[in-house]
Write a protein that binds this ligand. Structure first.
Ligand code: NAP
Length: 305
């Protein structure tokens, strides 16, 4: 039986692991489908404190993992396929292997949200993408659309503007949600255009198995037009990765895990940290902070405090 299992290996999970390992709790981290979490999908991170010139996301996560390992954290590069948290000891199934533990930290993060079109699903990986840094290379000198008006959308657009011929940001309102500094940067780049008050009705061409463009509707005028595009990047936000815990751990209406008194969930001995609990801040540094708190809370729980 394990004393502590941490599910997830983004900034929350790995910071929890560093603290828990240093407290001799012998944590096991189940890394999940996207080891390192969402920072693995970004390029340079400029707001992680301590790096005035920024740091590469993959490097930051590799360093965090090394740091956690140095203090004795064990890792399983696998996915959790089931959990049983309503009876003790808790049981965590990892691709067929059943593990038992007295304490769990959930740090499964959040994933990119999709619009929900059938054509979007069919063309995912065939011109539709949720990650410019992963797929931007395929669209050198091509026409791409970025859907959304938040920081993610502009970050993707700015990144793509160095590769693609043109980048058109399609946003459903006439004002961006993104931070002012990101807006200024995007507005100053010549090959980034904006289609305001616009939503995607359909993506062509599922029959051909590749993206040729999209039907775009102006939500104010109702007018629909076809826009040529070779690639479409969805950047409309994220949803928490909590389907494993439904019916066991208390969540809000959007599926974020509710925490009280620090990182405690509705189940004593189960703690949660990072984007899986956070519909508001969603920053790597806030996730890391909550990961630290979860490890300290877990330690106190194990001591019976
Ligand atoms: P977000 O801030 O929630 O923005 C999502 C955007 O997508 C919004 O503009 C929203 O439109 C639009 N949208 C949502 N659902 C849609 C739909 N069904 N159809 C069309 N458009 C839709 O999400 P995010 O951009 O992923 O950012 C999440 C958090 O991470 C934020 O706190 C952000 O500051 C942070 N972040 C920071 C950085 C950085 O600092 N470098 C980079 C990326 C993200 P409305 O505006 O109309 O709601």
């Amino acid at each position: 039986m394990r004393s502590l299992i941490i599910i997830g290996s983004g900034p929350a999970g790995l910071t929890a692991a560093i603290y828990a390992a240093r407290a001799q709790l012998k944590p096991l981290v189940i890394e999940g489908m996207e080891p390192g979490g969402q920072l693995m999908l970004t390029t340079v991170i400029e707001n992680w404190p301590g790096y005035p010139a920024g740091i590469d996301g993959t490097k930051l996560m590799a360093d965090m993992k090394e740091q956690a390992a140095r203090f004795g954290t064990e890792f399983k590069p696998k996915e959790v396929t089931g959990v049983s948290l309503l009876t003790k000891p808790f049981s965590i199934t990892v691709e067929g292997e059943k593990l038992e533990t007295g304490c769990v930290i959930i740090a499964t993060g959040a994933s990119a949200q999709l619009i929900g079109l059938e054509s979007e699903k069919k063309l995912m990986g065939r011109g539709v993408s949720v990650c410019a840094t992963c797929d931007g290379f395929f669209f050198r000198k091509k026409e791409v659309l970025v859907i959304g008006g938040g920081d993610t959308a502009l970050e993707e657009a700015i990144f793509l503007s160095n590769l693609a011929a043109t980048v058109t940001v399609v946003h459903r309102r006439d004002q961006l949600r993104a931070s002012k500094i990101m807006q200024q940067q995007a507005f100053s780049i010549k090959n980034i255009e904006f289609l305001w008050d616009s939503v995607i009705e359909d993506i062509h061409d599922a029959a051909k198995g590749t993206v040729t463009g999209a039907l775009i509707r102006n939500v104010k005028t109702g007018e629909v037009h076809f826009k040529n595009a070779d690639g479409i990047f969805m950047a409309i936000g994220h949803k928490p990765n909590t389907s494993l815990f439904k019916g066991q751990v208390e969540m809000d209406e959007k599926g974020y895990i509710i925490t009280r008194n620090g990182t405690a969930t509705s189940i004593p001995g189960v703690f949660a940290a990072g984007d899986v609990t956070d519909p508001v801040y969603k920053q790597a540094v806030t996730s890391a902070g909550r990961g630290c708190m979860a490890a300290l809370d877990a330690e106190r729980y194990m001591q019976g405090l």
